[in-house]
Design a protein around this ligand. Sequence first.
Ligand SMILES: [Zn+2]
Length: 106
Amino acid sequence: MNQEAWRDALQLASMMAESNPAAPASNPDLGTAVLERPEEKTEEQRSDTGDADRFAHYVSRDRIMESQITGRPVVALCGKVWVPKHDPSQYPICPDCKRIYDEMMR
Ligand SMILES: [Zn+2]
């Protein structure tokens, strides 16, 4: 795929709420299945306040549209899986997504 196609296909979506870490990134179709993993819920290795998730990530536009219809989670360039609901313009761009995106535009 060439750069223009990528630029056209990708869109920013914000990472907030409804995050669904239990959904396997490789198979978003399982998004409706609830996986109970109580042991992993209590302690997550992340920076603290949860602000780490307040980023806008690059996601395939088709996936976003599909998510809005089906309610299924999307997969960002960086591998984040969640259901986008918030306005991405209010959040900084995810550094991982930006790096991957920039490399694709090179
Ligand atoms: Zn990201």
